[in-house]
Design a protein around this ligand. Structure first.
Ligand SMILES: CC(C)(COP(=O)(O)OP(=O)(O)OC[C@H]1O[C@@H](n2cnc3c(N)ncnc32)[C@H](O)[C@@H]1OP(=O)(O)O)[C@@H](O)C(=O)NCCC(=O)NCCS
Length: 175
């Protein structure tokens, strides 16, 4: 009788222990999901293709659907057709940029009221990620020397000046 009671107690203990373990696991998973929960306050709409004649266009919106800004990235081959500046810079200097290793990023704009929140940085990083996924090695851009915001942004992102004209800089980032 006492043995039966002892066995029952053991079983109860084991059952309780398993329940505690399950609860603990659940709690750990809940904390983990809270820690890694995405707290993004924007959505990205990626349209097109880097290797197409019009390139890839990314539109950033708030969760409510208001437009925050946009940017574009295009492969070397079509960038030459698209941008006279791009073509001219590359005609003027020997360079390592080729169809299969280089993209051109252009037309980044963030709506006035959303500026200085890191959104342009996010958009450009997204372009870098997509370019890397497509095995491109260099991201390039052209910016006016007097565009302080864009100059600072490009510097902060690690771009280096590859060539300059009187008004503009051709910048490059190794991805
Ligand atoms: C340039 C532009 C895209 C920057 O967008 P943004 O979302 O405000 O940029 P971020 O918040 O990601 O800024 C990143 C860094 O860029 C620099 N920067 C951005 N705006 C700046 C400004 N007005 N003055 C000085 N530096 C600035 C800063 O170094 C900033 O880092 P910090 O905020 O930690 O100091 C935005 O000002 C814009 O749309 N301008 C008009 C269009 C344009 O000139 N586009 C570029 C040519 S294609």
């Amino acid at each position: 009788m006492r043995r039966a009671q002892y066995n029952q107690n053991q079983e109860d203990l084991e059952e309780n222990f398993i329940k505690m373990k399950l609860n603990l696991n659940e709690e750990i998973n809940r904390i983990k999901s809270l820690m890694f929960e995405q707290v993004e306050d924007y959505v990205l709409d990626v349209q097109g293709n880097i290797n197409s004649p019009n390139g890839l266009n990314i539109i950033m919106k708030t969760i409510e659907g208001e437009k925050i800004g946009h940017t574009n990235v295009i492969g070397f081959k079509h960038a030459v057709d698209l941008s006279r500046d791009f073509k001219t810079f590359l005609e003027n200097k020997e360079h390592p940029f080729l169809e299969d290793n280089c993209v051109y990023q252009f037309g980044t704009e963030i709506d006035q009221k959303f500026r200085r929140n890191g959104y342009a940085t996010i958009l450009r990083n997204k372009c870098h990620d997509l370019s890397k996924e497509n095995n491109f090695k260099y991201a390039t851009g052209i910016l006016r020397k007097d565009n302080t915001a864009n100059q600072n942004l490009m510097k902060k992102m690690g771009y280096n000046i590859f060539d300059s004209s009187d008004e503009k800089d051709f910048v490059v980032l190794e991805l």
